[in-house]
Design a protein around this ligand. Structure first.
Ligand code: HEM
Length: 141
């Protein structure tokens, strides 16, 4: 469409917004400022939208890759990680939406574990994406 990869224009938003959500949640746990927790929720909502937009753009970029490209295995690992992030980030948003007091209620540890898993997966997804571009030259002409 633009004669260059489309996906890199979107990837920074989910990474930055998800990690912002984690930082704000930790800030809330440390200082109990309610606004931190509210901002964290909206950061996770926007992060989820960013993951969905990045995934769509990534699928568009994949269209220009030959079906028998030898780098497909690495690309599939990146996609698996991206889809896992979409699910985990979606669950984080769902938990907070369904139980607004999730950080003080009985589901607190499940929510925090989910959020921590998402932080690992968002970093992993970015790292695997960087490997595609900087080591394997996917999308580089
Ligand atoms: C699940 C669907 C996804 C697909 C099909 C996909 C596909 C790709 C492809 C083909 C590339 C190589 C560059 C290009 O041609 O665009 C790439 C790079 C990259 N991807 Fe993804 N991706 C997906 C999800 C994500 C998500 C959710 C993130 C972020 C959280 C992400 C982060 C990255 C990063 C950081 C790069 C390296 C960009 C650069 O430094 O130029 N990807 N991805």
């Amino acid at each position: 469409m633009l004669d260059r990869p489309f996906h890199p224009m979107f990837v920074h938003f989910p990474i930055a917004l998800y990690l912002l959500g984690v930082l704000l949640t930790l800030g809330y746990l440390g200082r109990r400022v309610v606004d931190y927790e509210r901002f964290a929720y909206w950061a996770f909502v926007l992060a989820w939208m960013g993951v969905a937009a990045a995934a769509l753009a990534g699928l568009i970029d994949l269209g220009s890759l030959a079906p028998d490209d030898p780098r497909r295995d690495d690309i599939n690992r990146h996609i698996t990680s991206g889809v896992a992030l979409l699910i985990i980030n979606g669950l984080v948003v769902y938990f907070r939406f369904r139980w607004p007091d999730v950080l003080t209620g009985s589901r607190r540890w499940a929510y925090l574990a989910l959020m921590a898993a998402g932080a690992v997966v968002v970093v992993l997804t970015g790292w695997l994406g960087g490997k595609l571009v900087y080591d394997l030259q996917v999308g580089v002409r």
